[in-house]
Write a protein that binds this ligand. Structure first.
Ligand code: NDP
Length: 341
C-alpha cells in the first residue's frame, strides 16, 4: 500500500512555564519510501506521557529535546501496513516510537510486537507498557516493600501510581494514595482498594497524610515532588526507601509556596539514613521486562490488578489532552485513538 503523507503534531514553539495549545501545530508531512529493514506503520493508539513536557524544553536531560518544527516524540501501538523487515508481517501490531502522527516509516530493528491475545492493544502503552514497567521496576527493585510497610504514592489514579499501590498491597504493605479531587480518591480507595486516599487539593493535605500514616512512611514512591514531597519528608521512617520516579508538579516551574531547600531534604536523608535513588525505567528493562509482563498480565487476568484508560478520540485532540494531563484533567492512562484496527 502507498501512503504519501502523514498528519503530525509538531512543536511550534517552546513554552515558558505552562505550555499552551499554541506551542503545537498540526501539519501534513511527506512520508519517505520504506527503506530496507523498515516498516510503514498506521498508528492505532498514541500514548501521552508526562515526560513529553520535558522534551518541549531546550534544557539538557537524559534524552534530547524535540527541536522546533519537529514532530513530538511518543510511543504508539501501530499496525504494520508495509514491511521490508523479515521479522514483521503486514497486519501485525507493534510498539513503536512513531511520534505524534497517524502514519510513520521507521527502522523496525528492535521493535516489540503486541500480542492481542495478551491484552487489549492500548494496555501495552499503560499498565502493560512503559508506565507499568516504571511502577514495577521502581517499586520492586528500589522501594522493596515488605509486609507491614506503609507505601505512599501520588498521581495514584494514573498508570504508574495505580500499579504502585496495587503491587505494594500484593507485597503485604499498606498503600496510601494521593490524588486530585473526590472522584479520583474514591476510585483509588474503593475500586483499586488502597487503604486510604488523600486529596492533594485539600488545605489540610499534610495533616490528613500524617493521620493516614500513624507509623510513618517506609516507601515513598516519588511521582510529583512539590508540596507533596514537603508533606512526606517529615513522616519518613529510618531506612525509608524513596524511588524518585517523576516530579510532575515541577515540570512547568517551581511552586512558590513550597519550601524546597535542598538542605532540608538533605538533612533528612542524612539523619534517617534514607536511600534515595532516581531511575529511568529502561535501565532495568533487559533484566526485568519479561518477568514484569508475566506478573502483571497474570494479575490482570486473575482480577487482582485493575487499570483505567482515558481514551481521547483523534490525533488533533492530542495537544489539548496532553496539557490536560499535566494539570490532572485525565482520569487514567491517556491514550489517543488515532485509528481503529
Ligand atoms: P498520570 O497519567 O498519572 O498523569 C499525571 C498526573 O499527575 C495527573 O493526572 C495529576 O493527577 C498529577 N499531577 C499533575 N500535577 C500535579 C501536582 N501539582 N500535584 C500533584 N499531582 C499532580 O501520569 P503517569 O502515571 O504516566 O506518570 C506519573 C509520574 O511518573 C510522572 O511524574 C512521570 O513523569 C513519571 N514517570 C517516570 C518514568 C521514569 O522512568 N522515571 C516513566 C514514566 C513516568 P491528580 O489529578 O491526581 O493530581
Amino acid at each position: 500500500m502507498t501512503i504519501a503523507t502523514s498528519t503530525q503534531v509538531v512543536l511550534a514553539s517552546r513554552p515558558t512555564g505552562r505550555p499552551t495549545v499554541d506551542n503545537f501545530r498540526i501539519e501534513q508531512a511527506a512520508l519517505p519510501a520504506t527503506p530496507p529493514n523498515g516498516v510503514l506503520l498506521r498508528v492505532l493508539y498514541l500514548s501521552l506521557d508526562p515526560y513529553m513536557r520535558g522534551r518541549m524544553d531546550a534544557r539538557k536531560s537524559y534524552a534530547p529535546a524535540v527541536e522546533i518544527d519537529q514532530k513530538m516524540t511518543g510511543e504508539a501501538v501501530a499496525e504494520v501496513v508495509e514491511s521490508r523487515h523479515p521479522d514483521y508481517r503486514v497486519g501485525e501490531l507493534v510498539l513503536a516510537p512513531t511520534g505524534w502522527c497517524d502514519y510513520a516509516v521507521i527502522d523496525a530493528t528492535g521493535l516489540r510486537k503486541v500480542d492481542p491475545a495478551l491484552s487489549s492493544p492500548s494496555a501495552r502503552l499503560g499498565v502493560l507498557g512503559m508506565p507499568g514497567f516504571t511502577a514495577y521496576s521502581g517499586l520492586m527493585l528500589i522501594g522493596q516493600p515488605k509486609a507491614g510497610d506503609t507505601v505512599v504514592v501520588a498521581a495514584a489514579s494514573g498508570p504508574v501510581g495505580s500499579l504502585v499501590g496495587q503491587l505494594a498491597q500484593m507485597a503485604g504493605a499498606r498503600a496510601i494514595g494521593i490524588a486530585g479531587g473526590a472522584d479520583k480518591c474514591r476510585y483509588v480507595k474503593d475500586e483499586l482498594g488502597f487503604d486510604a486516599a488523600i486529596d492533594h487539593r485539600a488545605p489540610d493535605m499534610a495533616d490528613q497524610l500524617a493521620a493516614a500514616c500513624p507509623g510513618g512512611i517506609d516507601v515513598y514512591f516519588e511521582n510529583v515532588g512539590g508540596k507533596i514531597w514537603q508533606a512526606v519528608l517529615p513522616l519518613l521512617n529510618r531506612f525509608a526507601r524513596v524511588p524518585v520516579c517523576g516530579l510532575i508538579a515541577q515540570y512547568s516551574g517551581a511552586d512558590e509556596n513550597v519550601d524546597d531547600r535542598l538542605s532540608v531534604t538533605m538533612r533528612q536523608i542524612l539523619t534517617k539514613s534514607l536511600l534515595v535513588r532516581g531511575f529511568i525505567n529502561y535501565e532495568f528493562a533487559d533484566e526485568h521486562y519479561p518477568e514484569f509482563l508475566r506478573v502483571i498480565s497474570d494479575g490482570i487476568r486473575a482480577g487482582r490488578i485493575l487499570h483505567k484508560e482515558d481514551v481521547v478520540e483523534g490525533l488533533e485532540k492530542a495537544p489539548e489532552a496532553f496539557l490536560g494531563m499535566l494539570e490532572g484533567k485525565n482520569f487514567g492512562k491517556v491514550v489517543v485513538r488515532v485509528a481503529t484496527a
